[in-house]
Each structure stands twice: as structure tokens, then as C-alpha cells.
Design a protein around this ligand. Structure first.
Ligand code: PMP
Length: 323
């Protein structure tokens, strides 16, 4: 579907997957004016196809659009385009356990000009591909690397938007993590360098011995839909949930004293993945040989039971894409 300042949203269509023509002067190539989303379609046992809280992806995309001076796509267009994609061929959604169809909506500035201003012509696309678990080890704990040289997003910047530039800024840190045998990079805040932010593509949650579930609150991280859902599940299971600034020191001291007993990463791709170890240039905390924590596993199961339709969905989170 295309957008122009004069014509608004127009020309919705489904077309075969293939290269898209792009003017060499398209604004996105020069100024990075683009945003995207990531969500999944799940096949339930009766064959029906559902996605998880896509209204939240639609709203987040609108917030990202606002920050990136892109036009707002109405939420019903967003949801309808997911349905139309599935209507082409529902067989794309795998039925094997742990499998899903990963869906990637994105919007970019296609107007051709050189000069820094918001583009007046934009395109919105959706692509999709079957996907298995993000981490090959399943729920095996992973190690993460603390980035001390790079930050992902600054105060007043684009950290809350799902825009390519944030990921571009994280690539070198992610490569450093991989060099140290870590699956993901952990970013700290860019102002004081002491507060936990998020991982390259996931949010982070800590679990205290007394049952409290704590997650960093920050203006410069992506507000994850998985995190929001997991915290709701934890709250409804009787846990106290805290969304507040969390220092690296709090995590380190908490692990050392035994007050923090679990840590996990969460996101559409990662679902809920236990963090076994945090490594940095100066220290390592945690133990990769420790099994995944019980609350991490329980929350993962609760969430995936709803997503795959194995348990009822009391929250009205699932949205039917077929039929
Ligand atoms: N933070 C970042 C940087 C991400 O890329 C993602 C994945 N979209 C998340 C957090 C988790 O967000 P969600 O649960 O909505 O997938």
C-alpha cells in the first residue's frame, strides 16, 4: 500500500514476493526514514490461524511513525493487510510444534530527493516467512555481553521507535558479543551508563527470590509487547511487578547475594529465553550450567499455551487471521 501527501493511503495489493524497484535517490537509502514491526501467526490444533496482540503492533507502528515523521497507518488497515496476506495461502503458517509464521510489516520513505526533510511519498509492505525457535538451544540459558563502548539510543533519540537506525547502531556491539561467545548484547543507558536498557532485539526481566518481577523502565527502549504480556501473566499469578530504573549494580549485587534468582530475555522472536550469564570486559556473573529458572519456564509456557491455543485466552489477546 502506498502513501502520498496528496493522495493519502492508496493502491493496496498482494503481489508475488520479489525485488522492489527503488529510486537511487529514495530518501530511505540516505536518511534512514523507515520503521518496522515483528509479529507471528500461529496455527492452532483445529487448523485456524491467529496472531498475538497485532493491535499493539499497529499502535506501536503509529508511535514509531510519529517519531520518524512518517504517516500514520490506520490500525484497521494494518490488521486487514495481515488477513489479506494469510488469505493468499494459509499453508504458509506451519503446524509443527514451536513453529510459526514470522510477519514483518515495514514502511519506508520512497520519495526521491536529496535534502533532509520528511518524505512525501511512502510505501508500506508486509513480508513473511516460516520461523522456528530463535535460539537453537530452545530454553537452554544463553549468555549475554555487556556493551560498555556503545549505546543503542540516546536521550531524546529514536530508542522507543522500531526503526532501522537503532539496529544499525547496535550491529557492532552485537558482533562484539558474538566474538565473546554471547548470544545477545546488553545495552546500558547512554547518559550515565549505569542503568539496564535492553538487549539487541529483546527486553530483559529479573526475578527476585521474594517473587518480585522487575524490568527496566526507560524512555529509550522498545516497549515490548511480549514483556507487557509476560508482566501481566506474572501479576495475575500473584507476583509483584516493578517497572522502574534498574542499575547494573543492582543486578550484580542481587546475583551475588542470592536475592536475584532468575533473569530472562523476552520478545516476539525470543519468546522467553533464560539468561544464564552476563559477561563483560571486567566481570562475569551467573553460571551457564544452571538450569532455566522455574518462573521463567512457567511464564514461557503460559504465554505459548495462549499463543498456540492450548489454553483459553482470558485476555482477548489472540486475533483470528483466517476466515
Ligand atoms: N527490544 C528490541 C530492541 C526489539 O527489537 C524487540 C523485538 N521487537 C523487543 C525489545 C521485544 O519486543 P516485542 O516483545 O514486541 O517483540
Amino acid at each position: 500500500i502506498c502513501w502520498s501527501e496528496k493522495g493519502g493511503w492508496h493502491r493496496p495489493r498482494v503481489q508475488p514476493y520479489g525485488p522492489i524497484a527503488m529510486d537511487p535517490a529514495a530518501a530511505v537509502l540516505h536518511y534512514g526514514q523507515e520503521i518496522f514491526e515483528g509479529l507471528k501467526a500461529y496455527r492452532h490444533a483445529d487448523g485456524s490461524i491467529w496472531s498475538f496482540r497485532p493491535d499493539q503492533n499497529a499502535l506501536r507502528m503509529q508511535r514509531s511513525a510519529k517519531r520518524m515523521a512518517l504517516p500514520e497507518l490506520p490500525a484497521d488497515y494494518f490488521l486487514e493487510s495481515l488477513k489479506q496476506l494469510i488469505a493468499v495461502d494459509g499453508a504458509w503458517v506451519p503446524s509443527a510444534p514451536e513453529m510459526s509464521l514470522y510477519i514483518r510489516p515495514y514502511m519506508y520513505a520512497k520519495e526521491a530527493f536529496l535534502g533532509v526533510r520528511a518524505a512525501k511519498k511512502v510505501a508500506f509492505y508486509i513480508i513473511a516467512a516460516p520461523a522456528g525457535p530463535y535460539f537453537s538451544g530452545g530454553v537452554k540459558p544463553v549468555s549475554i555481553w555487556l556493551s560498555t563502548d556503545y549505546s543503542r539510543a540516546g536521550k531524546g533519540g529514536t530508542g522507543q521507535a522500531k526503526t532501522g537506525g537503532n539496529y544499525a547502531a547496535s550491529l557492532v556491539a552485537q558482533a562484539e558479543a558474538a566474538e565473546h561467545g554471547c548470544a545477545q548484547v546488553l545495552f546500558l543507558d547512554s547518559v550515565e551508563g549505569k542503568y539496564l536498557e535492553e538487549l539487541g532485539g529483546m527486553n530483559i526481566v529479573l526475578v527476585y527470590k521474594d517473587g518480585r518481577v522487575v524490568t527496566p523502565q526507560s524512555d529509550t527502549i522498545l516497549q515490548g509487547i511480549t514483556r507487557d504480556s509476560i508482566l501481566q501473566l506474572a501479576e495475575d499469578a500473584g507476583h509483584t511487578v516493578e517497572r522502574r530504573p534498574v542499575t547494573l549494580e543492582e543486578w550484580r549485587d542481587g546475583v551475588e547475594s542470592g536475592d536475584i534468582v532468575e533473569a530472562f530475555a523476552c520478545g516476539t522472536a525470543a519468546v522467553v529465553t533464560p539468561i544464564g550469564q552476563l559477561k563483560s570486559k571486567d566481570f562475569t556473573i551467573g553460571d551457564l550450567d544452571q538450569p532455566a529458572g522455574p518462573l521463567t519456564l512457567a511464564l514461557r509456557e503460559k504465554l505459548t499455551d495462549i499463543q498456540y491455543g492450548r489454553q483459553p485466552d482470558p485476555y482477548g489477546w489472540m486475533f483470528r487471521l483466517d476466515g
